[in-house]
Design a binder for this molecule. Structure first.
Ligand code: SIN
Length: 532
């Protein structure tokens, strides 16, 4: 663990990579502390996963709630693998960070009693605050972008992280692909990775196109420990339409139910919380039900909520659903699981320090341990804010010491025996094709995995090599290939089912799975794609 913090002689220079809530927050706070801050972002400032977050942000803000209840819910959802020390930090400091967001200018929705609050899966209290109905992420992103424009932060858009500069074992900056396609080096006393997730590893995802795991891949190449990559959260309800847009869990929180093709609810009887069971449970039940109906999507029935309520409470979703050709006030809509969130990532301590001196990681690319094997709904924006605030304080200390994970549910992936062999690019001689990789990952490392399927995937991945890095697309493909290999290695190394990692060859799997014994997986080509 890091030694005691020693204040730096003068504020360090800071390079932040990523323009979502975690990167913006860290940059704003570091600039306020007097640091010279540069922020780079792969596309436009607002185009990360943050702006797509719908449900809201969870925190114990209300009189009938407490940090202890939020802690208990987060630990329970994490399937026994969440780190209690990290969860305690999250739940204790969360309310103050939401109040900070209000000061940053986020206009959370209000009703007669104050902040309006929603319920989502596996929360024992309604504690999700939201903005613009279902546009919480967009409201947070807009407020933080406006804030950063008022701070002395140099922002470089359309600039992609390629690699970290490591000198004598210490991170000294980053190699970047700039907006003109040139490879440039930026030196800084501290580098903060806030590069988000890697949903683009999977054929079906709710994530934007930028989510290619650039920070996790670069950190792993530089030697920073990464862990828990086998824990990929699949959201149960993406609209079964091109692009698989997210249909927020908050819709179920308001009373919508899931039914099969014959109109039968399939979750009551599988879990006491039915449609509001933890996300991994609901996602697997949807997957199994789809398998039983030849891959046809299940249906989300929100008709009881009424058209006026749906349009007021979920204005963005109302538009998305109608644009896809459905009237959800009158008919159930088809939904399917899709890759949504990475619980694993770069191993960090409680102050966002990674295993490399002067390198910090915040947001989805970091593995803080708060999510364990399954993230509780609407804890992601909260995690980003809480640990970005801590990072901004910790990076003022000098020197930044390498740290051990606060407590790891698994060995760091780089400690796995075949990690380096698996990660190395260029083993095969066929340059990786992104769509083939995404299809392979969906089939072999999706909601259900087996040793045979994972070993076959590992062998296909070993036959591919990364392209020469010459532009953004090729740099992303290199990252996706390396992360795919690492994720498969991690999933192979965990033979038992836990949380979002479900192994059909685990002898206890049938007992822990919702529904009957393992059934054939839905085919990759779901009917909604054929119709698209
Ligand atoms: C949702 O609105 O269902 C997603 C929120 C989250 O991922 O926590």
């Amino acid at each position: 663990m890091p030694g005691p913090s020693v204040p730096a002689a003068s504020p360090p220079s800071v390079l932040v990579v990523g323009g979502g809530i975690a990167g913006l927050w860290t940059a704003v706070r570091a600039a306020e502390a007097g640091c010279a801050v540069e922020l780079v972002t792969k596309t436009e400032l607002a185009e990360g996963s943050t702006r797509y977050a719908q449900g809201g942000i969870a925190a114990a803000l209300f009189p009938d709630d407490s940090a202890a209840r939020h802690f208990a819910d987060t630990i329970a959802a994490g399937a026994g693998l969440a780190d209690p020390a990290a969860v305690e930090v999250l739940c204790e400091e969360g309310p103050a960070r939401v109040r900070d967001l209000i000061r940053f200018g986020v206009g959370f929705d209000r009703d007669d009693s104050g902040l309006e609050r929603g319920l989502e899966a596996a929360h024992s209290r309604a504690r999700i605050v939201h903005a613009g109905g279902d546009a919480t992420g967009a409201a947070i992103e807009a407020a933080l972008v406006a804030t950063i424009r008022r701070r002395a932060v140099a922002v470089h858009e359309r600039t992609m992280l390629l690699d970290l500069l490591v000198e004598g074992g210490v991170v000294a900056g980053a190699r970047l692909l700039d907006a003109d396609g040139r490879i440039v080096e930026r030196r800084a006393d501290r580098v903060v990775l806030a590069t988000g997730g890697a949903g683009q590893l999977f054929r079906h995802t709710t994530n934007p196109a930028v989510a290619t795991g650039d920070g996790v891949a670069a950190a792993a190449r530089a030697g920073a420990p990464v862990a828990d990559l086998e824990f990929v959260q699949f959201h149960p309800t993406a609209l079964a339409a091109p692009g698989t847009p997210l249909i927020s869990e908050a819709v179920r929180g308001e009373g919508a139910v899931l039914v099969d093709a014959s109109g039968r609810r399939f979750l009551p009887g599988l879990h006491p919380l039915a449609e509001l069971a933890p996300r991994d449970v609901v996602a697997r039940a949807v997957w199994r039900t789809m398998a039983e109906q030849d891959g046809a999507p299940v249906l989300l029935d929100a008709t009881a909520l009424g058209g006026e309520f749906l349009a007021r409470r979920f204005p963005g979703l109302d538009l998305v659903v109608r644009e896809a050709g459905f009237d959800w006030s009158r008919e159930p809509i088809p939904v399917t699981p899709a890759a949504h969130y990475a619980m694993g990532g770069i191993v960090v301590d409680l102050d966002a320090r990674t295993g490399l001196p002067n390198l910090f990681a915040v947001g989805e690319c970091a593995r803080t341990g708060v999510h364990g094997a399954n993230r509780l709904a609407s804890n992601s924006l909260l995690e980003a804010a809480v640990f970005a605030e801590r990072a901004a304080r910790a990076l003022l200390a000098a020197p930044s010491a390498p740290s051990a994970p606060s407590s790891s549910s698994a060995p760091s992936i780089s400690e796995l025996p075949d990690f380096h062999e698996n990660r190395a690019s260029g083993a095969g001689d066929a340059v990786v094709d992104r769509e083939a990789l995404r299809a392979l990952m969906w089939e072999a490392v999706g909601l259900e995995r087996s040793a045979a399927g994972l070993a076959a995937a590992a062998s296909v991945l070993a036959g591919w090599c990364a392209p020469e890095v010459r532009d953004r697309r090729s740099a992303e493909d290199r990252n996706l290939l390396e992360l795919a290999r690492t994720t498969v290695a991690a999933a192979l190394a965990r033979p038992t089912s836990v949380g979002a990692h479900f192994r059909t060859d685990d002898p206890d799997a049938a007992a822990t799975a919702p529904g009957a014994a393992p059934s054939p997986a839905p085919t990759t080509s779901a009917p909604f794609e054929e119709a698209a």
